[in-house]
Ligand binder design. Structure first.
Ligand SMILES: Cc1cc2nc3c(=O)[nH]c(=O)nc-3n(C[C@H](O)[C@H](O)[C@H](O)COP(=O)(O)OP(=O)(O)OC[C@H]3O[C@@H](n4cnc5c(N)ncnc54)[C@H](O)[C@@H]3O)c2cc1C
Length: 425
C-alpha cells in the first residue's frame, strides 16, 4: 500500500531557483513544508528587464505578501516610445493606454529585483521559523529521476542520491526535469523565429528617462532600452529575427557575434551597446520559443513556469505565468495535503485556461516586431500610431484584455496568509 506523508513531512525537491522555483519554495515554507532547491548557477542569477505584473499575477503577488518588497523596487516606467535613426520620436504608447494592458503595465519591476524580493521574503519566513528554512543547493542539478509508487528517486550531478515525495521542475525553457520525466525538448518546443538578449549598460544619451525606448534597425533587429532602478543604468534588449541555429546554445562568443551582426545596420546608439555587451555581468541570451504540453504533471512530478508553459518574452507574461502557476500548484497541494497526486491533476486543469490566454502572442509575432526593410519599419511605426489612435483604442483595449477574466482560485483557507505591511499593489 502507498503511504502518504503529512504535509510538514512532505519531501519536495524544486529544480531551478528562478521566479517560478522561488515562488513555489516561499509558499511551501509558509505552509510548513521545507523544500530542497537545486539551482544550476553558482548564485541567484541576476539580470533581465522590467517584467509586468497585471491582473491575476498582481493579485497573486499581493496574496504572497510581496507587495512591500515590490513597492521598494517598483520602476517608474511611463510607457514605450519609438525613436527613428536620428533619435526623433516616431510613435508612443503611454502605459495607461488600453487600460494598462499595453506593452508597459502599471506595476513594473526588473526580473532580477523580483527574484530578490522573493529571496528576501524567504529569508524573513526562515527567520520566523527559527532559522530552519529551505535547503538551497547552488551549483547543483538533477542528473536522473526514477518515479515509483512511493515517491521519486533522484540522482544529482554531484553524485548524491535522495528520495522525495514530489519533484517540481522550475528549471526554465530548456528544463532538464521536463526532458527526464516527459521527453525530449523538441517534442514540446516551437521556435518562434528569433533570439533575444538582455543585459545592463550605462544609460546612453538620448534615452527618454522613465520610458522604454525602442529603435527598429534594418535587417530585422529590435533594440530596446528599459528603465532600471538606478537611472545611471538601463536594461537593454536586442531581439533578432533569424532561423534557428542549435550551435548558438551555450556558445557566448557566437551569441555576441550574432547580436553584432544584428546591430550592423548602425544607428546612433549602437556603438555604446556594442561596447557594453562585453562588460555586462548579467548577459542573457536565448531563443524565442514556446512550450506547449498536453499535461504538466505525472503522478509525482510537476512543471511550473517556463519549464511547462513558456510563452517567450514576446507574450509578456512569463513571470505572470510563473507566479500564478506556483500559487495554484501549492494551493492545490495544501487543499488535499495527504493526496499530492490528486492535487497535481487538479493543478493541470485549473491553470490551463490561464496559460492558454497568457501564451497568446501579439499579432504578427517576431516578424511584426522586427521588420527587415526601411519600408517595413515605416509601416510598423505607422501601425503603432494607428493602433494607439483615438479611433482604435476601444477595439485594442478589448483585444488586449488578455488574462483579466481568469477566475483565480482563492486558497486563503488552505495557505497561511502572508503578513501585509504595505498598501495594496
Ligand atoms: C537571467 C534571466 C533574465 C531574464 N530576463 C527576462 C526579461 O528581461 N524579460 C522576460 O520577459 N523574461 C526574462 N527572463 C525569463 C523569465 O524570467 C521567465 O520567463 C519567467 O520569469 C519564468 O521564470 P522561470 O523561473 O520559469 O524560468 P527562468 O527565469 O528561466 O528560471 C529558471 C532557473 O532554473 C535554473 N536552471 C536551468 N536549468 C537548470 C537545471 N538543469 N538544474 C537546476 N537549475 C536550472 C536557471 O539557472 C534559472 O535560475 C529571464 C530569465 C533569466 C534566467
Amino acid at each position: 500500500m502507498t503511504t502518504q506523508p503529512t504535509p510538514a513531512a512532505l519531501r519536495v525537491l524544486i529544480s531551478g531557483g528562478g521566479i517560478a522555483g522561488n515562488a513555489v519554495a516561499l509558499q511551501l515554507l509558509r505552509a510548513g513544508i521545507r523544500p530542497t532547491v537545486v539551482e544550476r548557477a553558482a548564485v541567484p542569477r541576476p539580470g533581465g528587464q522590467a517584467v509586468d505584473l497585471r491582473g491575476p499575477s498582481r493579485t497573486v503577488a499581493q496574496r504572497m505578501g510581496l507587495a512591500p518588497g515590490i513597492r521598494n523596487y517598483q520602476l517608474d516606467e511611463r510607457g514605450m516610445v519609438y525613436i527613428d535613426s536620428t533619435g526623433r520620436e516616431a510613435a508612443r504608447m503611454p502605459a495607461e493606454l488600453f487600460e494598462g494592458n499595453g506593452a508597459v503595465a502599471e506595476i513594473e519591476i526588473t526580473r532580477g529585483d523580483l527574484n530578490q524580493v522573493l529571496l528576501d521574503a524567504i529569508a524573513e519566513e526562515t527567520a520566523r521559523h527559527g532559522g530552519s528554512g529551505i535547503d538551497y543547493r547552488y551549483g547543483e542539478q538533477i542528473r536522473a529521476l526514477r518515479e515509483h509508487a512511493d515517491g521519486v528517486s533522484v540522482e544529482f550531478a554531484s553524485g548524491a542520491t535522495e528520495e522525495f515525495d514530489l519533484v517540481v521542475g522550475a528549471d526554465g525553457l530548456h528544463s532538464t526535469t521536463r526532458r527526464l520525466a516527459f521527453g525530449p525538448e523538441e517534442q514540446f518546443s516551437t521556435y518562434l523565429g528569433g533570439y533575444t538578449s538582455y543585459f545592463t549598460m550605462p544609460t546612453p544619451e538620448g534615452i527618454r528617462p522613465h520610458w522604454m525606448t525602442v529603435q527598429l534597425l534594418p535587417g530585422g533587429t529590435f533594440l530596446g532600452f528599459r528603465p532600471d532602478a538606478d537611472p545611471a543604468t538601463t536594461k537593454v534588449m536586442i531581439s533578432i529575427r533569424r532561423p534557428a541555429d542549435p550551435a548558438l546554445r551555450r556558445d557566448t562568443a557566437a551569441q555576441k557575434q550574432l547580436l553584432r551582426e544584428g546591430l550592423a545596420a548602425g544607428g546612433r546608439l549602437v556603438p555604446e551597446v556594442d561596447a557594453a555587451m562585453d562588460h555586462a555581468e548579467d548577459f542573457y541570451f536565448d531563443e524565442l520559443a514556446r512550450i506547449t504540453m498536453p499535461q504538466w504533471t505525472t503522478e509525482r512530478i510537476a512543471l511550473v513556469g517556463d519549464a511547462g508553459y513558456c510563452g517567450s518574452p514576446l507574450s509578456g507574461q512569463g513571470t505572470a505565468m510563473a507566479l500564478v502557476g506556483a500559487y495554484v500548484l501549492v494551493g492545490e497541494i495544501m487543499r488535499t495535503p495527504g493526496r499530492p497526486t490528486a492535487a497535481l491533476a487538479r493543478y493541470n486543469e485549473i491553470l490551463r485556461p490561464f496559460v492558454k490566454s497568457a501564451q497568446q502572442l501579439p499579432p504578427g509575432g517576431v516578424k511584426a516586431m522586427t521588420p527587415r526593410t526601411r519600408a517595413g519599419i515605416r509601416a510598423s511605426l505607422a501601425l503603432v500610431r494607428f493602433t494607439t489612435s483615438r479611433l482604435m483604442r476601444p477595439l485594442m483595449t478589448r483585444m488586449l484584455s488578455g488574462t483579466e477574466d481568469y477566475a483565480l482560485p482563492d486558497y486563503s483557507a488552505d495557505l497561511p496568509a502572508a503578513e501585509q505591511g504595505a498598501r495594496p499593489l
